[in-house]
Design a protein around this ligand. Structure first.
Ligand code: NAP
Ligand code: 8YV
Length: 324
């Protein structure tokens, strides 16, 4: 296969290592956004792969008649219309496993920041207030004696559970299917899980099935000592309900790395003292993002060379290139 047969589209913002490798290993076409109007018909017909760090709609997929693979940068692929891609026999890949430990480490950090107020304590020191006002106030919340519930005990959820088990905390979880390989109590419903724990960690994928799953009722069940940590997708949380529960102290605190409309964070959350906010950085170290970038490009290389994709998403595992 000649290099010119391997045409890969880079729409919108792309990780630098993805760009560097795609430009070196394929014929790369960069456009400002995933908008078919930005490329002419002849070029649209040549595109066989997309390296995606942005939303990919059904319309965009349909505008590329010879598209074979969408390699998504991220384990979460809710921004790609995977259902449509699979229907058209187009492979979608994601970046599982290589980021699980990093995201789990960040989740534990965010949980501790939320409970023990470390970012606020550091700001206090830097403002000279240790000298002028004395010791930082004791934190009302602690990790000690908490019971953790994990909503989504998948690759990352399990990595979080193992860490918090080492902190001496009991772990419960809710998924649609009970896991046979763990001894943690399984709850058949999210609200049942929330009622059984005081620390709820949300790490389910985004999408219709989890849209606003953490609603006012779930927060009510979590209770006034409750702490919510969200590292999956912002769409899974009813943000106005969360802001109201935090303001009224119907739950104690929250730590959020993801938001429904990134990079916009609701002012109602920004204004609250009992919420710790991060700008979607759970996987954001140079080494982990480079590993994700390599997996994106390795998936493109495998598929466009006629080999199986390395990490197909579950909806695409059955895609047979010969049937195309
Ligand atoms: P995974 O291995 O596929 O785990 C997903 C878990 O969620 C599974 O336990 C699954 O169990 C459960 N689940 C899915 N849909 C559910 C539903 N409707 N109700 C209840 N449970 C449900 O995925 P992962 O690798 O752990 O990644 C999880 C998510 O984390 C990603 O999709 C992404 O959105 C997010 N993420 C965020 C960051 C960040 O930077 N903040 C970084 C990486 C990943 P069942 O199928 O049995 O229900
Ligand atoms: C990345 C993520 O921040 O993997 C995911 O699902 O949310 C994160 O690792 C994101 O994919 C970067 O676009």
């Amino acid at each position: 296969m000649s290099g010119s047969d391997r045409v890969v589209l880079l729409p919108g913002k792309v990780h630098p290592r993805v760009r560097e490798r795609v430009e070196a290993e394929f014929e790369a076409i960069s456009i400002g956004a995933a908008d078919a109007g930005l490329i002419n018909e002849e070029t649209r017909g040549r595109v066989r792969g997309i390296a995606a760090m942005t939303g990919i709609t059904a319309d965009f997929i349909d505008a590329l008649p010879n598209l074979e693979i969408i390699a998504n940068f991220g384990v979460g692929y809710d921004a790609v219309d995977t259902h449509h891609a699979a229907k058209r026999g187009i492979m979608v890949t994601n970046t599982p496993d290589v980021l699980s430990d990093e995201v789990a480490d960040t989740t534990v950090g965010l949980l501790l920041n939320t409970l023990r107020e470390f970012p606020k304590a550091e700001a206090y020191l830097r403002a000279g207030r240790w000298v002028t006002d004395g010791a930082y106030p004791l934190t009302p919340l602690t990790l000690r004696n908490r019971t953790v519930g994990i909503f989504g005990l998948g690759r990352i959820g399990l990595a979080i559970a193992r860490r918090l088990e080492a902190f001496g905390l009991p772990i419960h979880y809710h998924t649609r299917t009970e896991r046979k390989d763990v001894d943690y109590p399984w709850h058949t419903s999210l609200i049942g899980l929330a009622a059984a724990v005081d620390t709820l960690i949300v790490v389910v994928p985004g999408g219709a099935a989890t849209e606003k799953a953490v609603n006012a009722d779930v927060l009510e069940a979590l209770g006034p000592q409750g702490v919510l940590i969200s590292v999956g997708r912002g769409s899974t949380i009813d943000e106005p309900a969360l802001a109201a529960a935090l303001a009224d102290r119907r739950i104690a605190a929250a730590g959020l790395d993801v938001f429904a409309d990134e990079p916009n964070v609701p002012q109602a959350l920004m204004d609250l003292p009992n919420v710790s906010l991060l700008p979607h950085v759970a996987s954001a170290s140079v080494s982990t993002r480079n590993a994700m970038a390599d997996l994106v490009v390795d998936n493109l290389a495998a598929w466009l060379d006629g080999r199986p994709a390395l990490t197909p998403v579950p909806e695409c595992t059955g895609i047979d290139r010969a049937a195309r």
